[in-house]
Design a protein around this ligand. Structure first.
Ligand SMILES: [Zn+2]
Length: 268
């Protein structure tokens, strides 16, 4: 009887279908990691994060220094001349930041922060500029980067953004060769000065701004925070947590704001 060989041939025929199907499954199974690898290779472009802390030296500045030093992440401090010069504590914190210039930069955030009278401040651009010059004298920054009080304006070689209110001032700053630095996102604070969003929410926001190319400069993201938000231990833990979450993304790199692309006259 040919039953044996016929069965064998038939079995080969039928058995070959499942293997080819299995191969397809295998190929599919193989295709998944490959496509994930492709996704990673596309997404592996380095993305730069600039942690910026405003309004110091003040309560909370010490925690920002400690945490960023411990985590070995670059950070940029936009300081107020008045806060630096009014007492020993301000000067000591300022010296501490300045001593770690491998990680940190100090830039001018005005002398008075307009004393909170933003409208009047920007309606008098000459005196506003004098306020910034006074801040520059006190803070002695080694760069020409400034940030406006209470206003998200940009003026670099590549990034421009200024409302009609602040334009007279930003034009004057531009004529001095200064770069005005705004921000892409803010970790906001509530009426008690404490962080509003969770560290996880901030990390997700960072991811999505990069993913949807919603930053002023592609692959560069500036986060605005305020030193005072992290004065309490429970809140400083949130800063450390947020930094830890961002450090888990291999394509993210922390950088000082003085290395932001398109600056007119970066000195460090
Ligand atoms: Zn400020």
């Amino acid at each position: 009887m040919l039953t044996g060989p016929l069965f064998y041939l038939l079995s080969l025929f039928f058995v070959q279908f499942p293997p080819s199907k299995a191969m397809a499954v295998k190929n599919y199974a193989y295709a998944r990691p490959s496509s994930i690898a492709q996704y990673h290779s596309v997404d592996s472009t380095t993305k730069y994060i600039y942690l910026t802390f405003d309004d110091g030296p003040i309560n909370g500045t010490a925690n920002c220094i400690t945490i960023c030093s411990r985590e070995k992440v670059a950070a940029s401090f936009f300081e107020i001349g008045l806060h630096q010069s009014r007492n020993m504590k301000g000067r000591r914190l300022y010296d501490e930041i300045k001593a770690k210039d491998d990680l940190f930069s100090i830039s001018n955030h005005s002398y008075s922060h307009s004393y909170g009278r933003y409208l009047w401040f920007y309606q008098h651009p000459d005196s506003a500029l004098l306020d910034f010059l006074k801040g520059k004298d006190i803070l002695g920054p080694t760069n020409n980067l400034v940030r406006l009080p209470g206003n998200n304006a940009w003026d670099t070689k590549l990034a421009k953004k200024a409302s009609w209110l602040v334009q007279p001032l930003t034009h004057k700053m531009d004529s001095l060769g200064w770069d005005v630095i705004g921000w892409d996102m803010e970790w906001r604070f509530n009426k008690y000065g404490k962080p509003v969003q969770s560290p996880e929410a901030i990390a997700v926001l960072v991811d999505s701004l990069f993913a949807y190319n919603q930053t002023k400069t592609k692959n560069h993201l500036v986060i605005l925070m305020h030193d005072h938000m992290f004065a309490a231990p429970a809140d400083s833990i949130k800063l450390e947590k947020m930094i830890g979450l961002l450090k888990k993304r291999p394509q993210y790199q922390f950088q000082k704001i003085t290395r932001y692309p398109g600056l007119k006259n970066a000195l460090n």
